[in-house]
Design a protein around this ligand. Structure first.
Ligand code: DGJ
Length: 695
């Protein structure tokens, strides 16, 4: 909301519901004084005067756990946020404060190095619209320097007796699962050295004192807006303090700067709440809808995606058949997945040859797109622009366009290699064919996939993993979006391998996971929702048995789980029975009625699938007048009916079931709950509630 300086070198950053206080300590070192509940200026000044923890013996520093941006030299022993190496092999730095500047919620603290012409700026930014504080740093140098590490922020928390860490972990087909665990003394390292965010960890953490719940307690949480390699190191220090260093890059260095150049770290976002994990997620979602997602106010259409139905066997006829069925169900966007181009009849060949396969599309894409439009849907297309199959015309013409370490064997994954986007000719080619595809065809949606990490960086070494590839990708995406403002993009990396606040600023939704098993999805979506809003979470209904797990879950259950996000359909529709189609028509129509509540409302996680065989969640509309309540039975035993889900968040008044007309006082729903009558495993219900005038 604002930045004030109530005393010399004491700054207060205020969001609508929190305050962050920092001040300069001895030797101009910026120290964290408070990150938490709103405070007035007088309290902020008092907090800034609280002495640092006494150091015990000579093995600790009073700066440990208090310093906003520790470097790796001087009297400090925590993990550095900043480490520089100069050509003379020296690493010593001493930062001299040169001044501060405040402009529209943006605080800059400026420093210069004591003996070398290097400048450092610490940035802090708050907004009146949400509770997220952004932090990042900028290094400018007039002399060559290797930037071993230049994190976006070190987030300092108060001391805790029993700190607890929440994070998201996974692997292919098992993305974004929530892990909540005691933070051990020492450091927990999360990160990715896979060129991209990766499904293994997501750049987000939440910390609490071990007692926070979904609805209560203080939670400190931080994320990184970056789609390249990254790290979050959470330290529990001997003095009880907790610090989370958040930054781009994995192994050193993140940059090599020549004289006259600058390195700007990506933004790290931090958020404090006293309302538990639920309030933390709602605050994240609000900030992402207010300031990250490009077209957050739009409603995302119900899409159909052909991947699980036709795989690599697609052609014009089977896509037309799917499109006709998808339209009949009520889908609004038809997305043709992998296999439409070059000799891409399997994952062995064709990547890089981005012209329609002439046997499969003898007259190009035009007839299919036209028919999709006639059916009342928009048309979307799958691409994987950063990749090439060695068996492709592109690779045969330009074998030197891929990342490779000369003299060493290359490593293929999924039979593909990665294009070197740092090469201007490659980046220009990539941009130009996509630009032409979007110019020549009426395409409304691009699913941008990425199915392998870089492994052979060649002469680009660690810089490639750190920044180079990602910056080139961002620049191409930014340009395409600028030149094709009507096109919407989905980020996919074998599912949720590139989901982060950096890519969400450039895409409209993400493919959450290749795992479409609705039971697993309850867990995946719960994890996803810790940071990311339903508005960005694509969820398809696919066939039973599920291709990955073999589970045969009821169609209604599969729909209800997917309806908690951006609903999509991905089944082999010609195989669906008439009854299944009729049910799908009803459920898609119901989704469209609750869609604004789901996509733009506030999420309340009511019962976690990690803790209950009757998971439940609800969305409350932005106006507070409508709610969509999702209840499931999953892994249920003994035929016990599910307990009604309590809805304590509903504004006071009388609420009515929009489908049956049954009325409930808000107090009844808060105390007794909404009984959906579920008693068999994989029963499920979505209830649309409306606040009505009191009877
Ligand atoms: C991985 C994606 O996650 C899938 O949805 C699908 O698009 C395949 N790639 C296609 O190769």
């Amino acid at each position: 909301m604002s930045v004030t300086e109530p005393a010399a070198n004491v700054w207060v950053l205020r969001t609508p519901n929190s305050a962050y206080v920092l001040s300069l300590g001895g030797e101009d070192v910026p120290l964290a004084a408070h990150w938490g509940a709103p405070v007035d200026d007088e309290t902020a000044v008092a907090l800034a005067k609280v002495p640092s923890d006494p150091a015990r013996g000579s093995w600790e520093s009073r700066l440990d756990g208090r310093e906003e941006y520790p470097s790796d030299t001087g009297l400090r022993f925590t993990e550095p946020a900043l480490a520089l190496r100069f050509p003379d092999d020296s690493r010593t730095v001493r930062w001299m404060f040169t001044g501060s500047a405040v402009e529209e919620g943006h605080l800059r603290l400026r420093y210069r190095e004591l003996t070398r012409p290097v400048r450092l700026t610490l940035h802090y930014r708050v907004s009146a619209r949400h509770d997220v504080l952004e932090r990042w740093t900028e290094l400018e140098t007039d002399v060559p320097v290797e930037v071993v590490r230049a994190d976006s922020a070190a987030w300092c928390l108060p001391p805790f007796d029993h700190p607890r860490l929440s994070s998201l972990h996974g692997r292919w087909g098992a993305d974004s699962r929530l892990e909540r665990t005691a933070l051990p003394p020492g450091a927990v390292h999360l990160g990715s050295r896979r060129t991209t965010t990766s499904p293994m960890h997501n750049p987000w953490v939440a910390l609490d004192d071990g007692t926070a719940t979904e609805a209560h307690g203080e939670v400190w949480t931080a994320a990184l807006a970056w789609s390249g390699t990254w790290h979050i190191d959470v330290q529990r220090l001997p003095n009880g303090r907790v610090v989370a260093n958040v930054g781009a890059g994995h192994e050193a260095p993140v940059a090599r700067l020549s004289g006259g150049t600058t390195y700007e770290a990506p933004k790290s976002c931090g958020l404090w709440t006293a309302g538990g994990f639920g309030a933390a997620s709602r605050a994240w979602h609000e900030s992402i809808l207010a300031g990250v997602l490009p077209h957050a106010g739009e409603l995302r259409p119900v899409l159909y995606n052909s991947w699980e139905a036709t795989g690599f066997t697609l052609d014009e006829a089977n896509q037309l058949a799917l499109a006709e069925q998808a339209a009949a169900l009520g889908c609004e966007l038809f997305v043709m997945d992998d296999g439409w181009f070059g000799r891409r009849v399997s994952d062995n060949a064709g990547l890089g040859d981005w012209l329609p396969n002439s046997a499969r599309f003898p007259n190009g894409l035009g007839p299919l797109i036209e028919r999709v439009h006639d059916l009342g849907m928009r048309f979307g297309i799958w691409v994987e622009p950063e990749m090439v199959n060695p068996d492709s015309d592109l690779y045969r013409a330009h074998p030197d366009w891929v990342y490779a370490s000369p003299g060493y064997p290359r490593h293929e994954l999924r039979n593909q290699l990665v294009l070197n986007l740092g090469h201007p000719e490659v980046a220009a080619w990539l941009h130009d064919w996509l630009d032409k595809l979007l110019t020549d065809n009426d395409i409304a949606f691009v699913k941008w996939d990425m199915n392998r990490p870089v492994t052979d960086p060649g002469p680009y070494g660690d810089l490639l993993w750190s920044t180079r590839h990602t910056l080139a990708l961002y620049s191409i995406l930014d340009r395409l979006r600028r030149d094709h403002p009507a096109v919407r993009f989905e980020s996919c990396a074998s599912g949720g391998g590139r989901v982060d606040l950096g890519v969400l600023a450039r895409t409209d939704q993400v493919w959450t996971s290749d795992n479409t098993d609705a039971s697993d999805r309850l867990h995946i979506q719960e994890g996803f929702s810790q940071l990311y809003p339903a508005r960005a979470m694509t969820a398809w209904v696919t066939d039973a048995p599920n291709f990955l797990t073999g589970n045969r879950l009821p169609l209604k259950f599969r729909f209800h789980v997917a309806m908690a996000g951006v609903l999509g359909v991905g089944g082999d529709l010609p195989q669906w029975t008439a009854d299944e189609r009729a049910l799908a028509i009803d459920l898609i129509a119901q989704y469209k009625r609750v869609r604004p509540i789901v996509q733009h409302g506030q999420l309340h996680r009511l019962r976690s699938p990690r803790e209950s065989s009757a998971p439940a969640l609800a969305y409350l509309s932005a106006t507070g007048d409508e709610a969509a309540v999702f209840q499931f039975l999953d892994g249920h035993r003994y035929g016990e009916p599910a307990r009604p889900a309590r809805l304590p968040f509903l504004p006071a008044g009388t609420w009515a079931d929009a489908d049956t007309g049954t009325r409930y006082p808000a107090a009844f729903l808060a105390t007794h709950g909404l009984d959906a009558g579920l008693f068999r495993d994989h029963d499920s219900a979505v209830t649309h509630l409306r606040r009505v005038a009191d009877a």
